[in-house]
Design a protein around this ligand. Structure first.
Ligand SMILES: Cc1cc2nc3c(=O)[nH]c(=O)nc-3n(C[C@H](O)[C@H](O)[C@H](O)COP(=O)(O)OP(=O)(O)OC[C@H]3O[C@@H](n4cnc5c(N)ncnc54)[C@H](O)[C@@H]3O)c2cc1C
Length: 371
């Protein structure tokens, strides 16, 4: 008998599992590791801009999740896991064409000018400074620099959280949860590859596959795959370790890493189902946009294309909370394009709720909103 069974070992599942185990609960995490797991393909941008003190639950969640990262990374270190894939590298929002000037003016309204060297506040910087921060840029019509912008490598972070969880007693099992045993408004067991495991509570953190449990829970879980194709470019001998993240004005971005690599992406496809495929159209889209923003990447070698299925909900907001008619089943999914940013914190929110320490600050993200 387990206190809690967590279904799914992406960033959401490992975070719930870690936080439960670190608080002394007996937790078992079961992961099928599907091809297309979003955590393995994510670009890893932690987007500044939320407000932890806001009354708006979304802004508050985004802000608290960003603020939680340094504390969480330190907690992993305290559990003996050093390599987390998280770092603060700064981020730029750049307009590169005259046609983007109006959008840039709106985005930069109220942002002071500066060089971003002496404060952590966002500033509008000059073209030369933007090129210094991301040397593959060419023409820059306008640039906003956020010194606090951060990135995280989803694969490394998920492994780090799992390793720290295991050190605190988390059990991890590779397998597929076929069904939940639900009777009298309670889930008392899950069936994993034909074997029944009893539990006091269940967390569904199955990413884009979470909807498979909707029928058994008597509720629709309107979450499905949003395919993302993303390219990893190798810049040879160019040192990219001091480069910043760049976002353009067409929803695409460039994320530099220490190993001479820049990751450019990504497509957001809602009509591709569960097909984990790299398409000509997808490659064209991300590479065209990358060199439009940063022509200096034109000579880079394409090292790898990754494809992931972001768990996306019908209203674009995550699902965080328990099932009204089966309250010992909790759902944490649907984090769409922001799951690496939000995941560690959302996992903590769910673990706290199970441990009886939660508040209702994020009740608005409950599954009730779809009933
Ligand atoms: C190209 C791309 C770029 C992205 N960029 C960013 C970014 O810059 N910033 C950001 O914050 N986010 C980004 N994301 C989004 C982020 O990666 C996802 O929101 C997040 O990883 C989702 O995590 P998850 O744990 O919910 O799902 P997943 O990582 O998909 O994990 C779900 C897991 O559950 C398992 N599972 C499902 N059903 C079962 C079952 N029945 N039994 C056992 N196991 C099961 C699956 O096998 C899988 O391992 C990006 C995603 C993509 C694809």
């Amino acid at each position: 008998m387990k206190d809690v069974i967590v279904i799914g070992g992406g960033i959401l599942g490992v975070s719930v599992g870690y936080h439960l185990a670190a608080s002394g609960a007996s937790a078992l995490l079961i992961d099928r590791r599907d091809e297309g797991r979003a955590t393995d393909a994510g670009a890893g941008i932690i987007t500044p801009g939320g407000d932890a003190s806001s009354r708006n639950p979304w802004s508050r969640l985004v802000g608290e999740a960003e603020a939680y990262y340094p504390e969480f990374v330190q907690a992993l270190r305290d559990n003996g896991v050093e390599e987390t894939g998280y770092s603060v590298c700064g981020s730029l929002i750049v307009a590169v064409e005259e046609a983007e000037r109006t959008a840039f003016s709106e985005a930069s309204a109220g942002v002071p000018e500066g060089d971003g060297k002496s404060s952590s506040d966002a500033v509008v910087i000059e073209e030369g400074r933007a090129q210094e921060l991301f040397p593959a840029l060419d023409t820059v019509v306008g640039a906003i620099y956020e010194p606090t912008g951060a990135r995280v490598d989803g694969r490394r972070l998920a492994s780090a959280i799992e390793a720290a969880g295991v050190r605190r007693g988390l059990e991890v099992h590779h397998g597929s949860v076929e069904r939940l045993e639900v009777a009298a408004d309670r889930c008392g067991a899950v069936v994993v590859d034909g074997e029944r495991v009893e539990t006091d509570a269940v967390v569904v953190a199955g990413g884009a596959w979470s909807n498979a449990f909707g029928e058994q829970l008597g509720i629709g879980l309107p979450v499905g795959p949003m395919r993302g194709q993303i390219a990893h470019l190798d810049l040879g001998q160019t040192d990219t370790s001091e480069w910043t993240i760049v976002s353009g004005f067409r929803g695409h971005y460039l994320v530099p890493w220490d190993d001479h690599r820049v990751v450019v992406g990504a497509t957001r496809e809602t009509n591709a189902g569960y097909r984990v495929e790299t398409t000509v159209e997808g490659m064209l889209e991300v590479l065209t946009e990358a060199i439009r923003v940063a022509p200096g990447l034109r000579g880079a070698r394409v090292k790898e294309f990754r494809v992931g299925l972001r768990p996306a909900t019908s209203d674009g907001f995550p699902i965080i909370g328990s099932i009204p008619k089966v309250p010992n089943v909790h759902v944490v999914t649907g984090h769409g394009p922001m799951g690496l940013h939000l995941g560690p914190y959302s996992g903590k929110v769910v673990a706290d709720a199970i441990l009886g320490r939660g508040d209702d600050a994020f009740a608005v993200f409950g599954v009730e909103r779809f009933i």
